[in-house]
Ligand binder design. Sequence first.
Ligand code: ASP
Length: 438
Amino acid sequence: MLKVTKFGGSSMADAGQYRKVRDIILSDPERKVVVVSAAGKRHSKDHKITDLLYLCHAHTQYGVPCDPVYELITSRYLEIREKLGIAVDLEEDFAELKQRLDAKQVTQDEMASRGEYFSAKLMAAFLGFKFVDAAEWVFFNIDGTVNKKKSYAALKEKMTGEGIVTPGFYGVMPNGSIRTFSRGGSDITGSLAAAALDAGVYENWTDVSGILMADPRIVENPQPISEITYDELRELAYAGANVLHEGAIFPVREKDIPLNIRNTNEPSAPGTMIKKHFETESDPDRIITGITGKKDFSIITIFKRGLTSEVGILRKILSVLERYNISVEFVPNGIDNVSLVIPTATIAPHLYTFMADLQQEVNPDNVVVQDQISIVTAVGHQMAFRPGVSGKIFAALGQADINIRMINQGPDELNIIFGVENKDFANAIRVLYNSFIK
Ligand code: ASP
């Protein structure tokens, strides 16, 4: 079984981390494909190489010399090379890049991509694996989507039996120019590589022992999730949990390849396994898989007598929103009212004109706006069709004196979503965690 591994920035931050990566790779001969990020932070006050690359590029765009920043970037890689005693020439690449940068011939995307490029060159030499440039196999279409067929075929062709290291985060446009994914996009490269090679598993190595059941800034020492389905992960990620790049899920999911989140600093921990579904429940009592949420929503409630029976009124309301290019998160409704739940940051700049348009086109009896609302989401496939779960959730919140402003449950019963005031946000998450997970 072939395993595709991806190591994030913290796993590539210094020579010590490189050694850990090598131990992980060499301990399992099935780990033949390694995707790497740029060097990340070594400690909380440190800089990510990718941030420095963007900074350096911005300097030159404004005609400010970026030599000190460039020096910070190159010295990080040279230090790793020296400490590990790797024989690979980086100086030529550094000089060529700097010269083209000064001549304003390097695009922002190309500059940002070099962190991954240098990481992969070093790691390939350190492991004794073949370096395969992402520019030789990640092909974008003109609209910025990935040409999977062409990319997969190209990577397959590169596999000649030996192990390979390839940079994450970027690929090439049809005209040959470098293009990056959005930030954190090395996760996508790893997923594409796993799908291309029909890997048995895609291991995503990071600095936590799996996805946590709740935000550790809110809940003390939350437990890691051992198993989660792709659907659940999507719900959690959408609702605020920050684990993987969203785009990393689709390529592996399409091919039914499991994704395993692992910790480079604790390789013996099993991490979190993500699959389409699990044949048997390893823990049938685990009703809730994870709890997450986001703050700062507005609820705009539109009151109008007879609203529910007025044909087309929802369309009218939503088309006003559409005009302002605002998407709506939830639309809970009553008999004579309907509410729009929208992130405050997206509606606030347009609120007055939006209200004026609404007045004219919908003619409501009244409109009320409530700010400072948080949305909390409990996710768990085992909640489905099990009576009493929402009862337990709301009883626990009631006992903690937390008022619920809105309730929403999808018919697939994969989640229960509710709105509380911002001031109750953290407490609501803690109360749920303590009553369901602890
Ligand atoms: N180095 C890139 C970033 O910092 C991509 C990645 O690490 O996934 O966003």
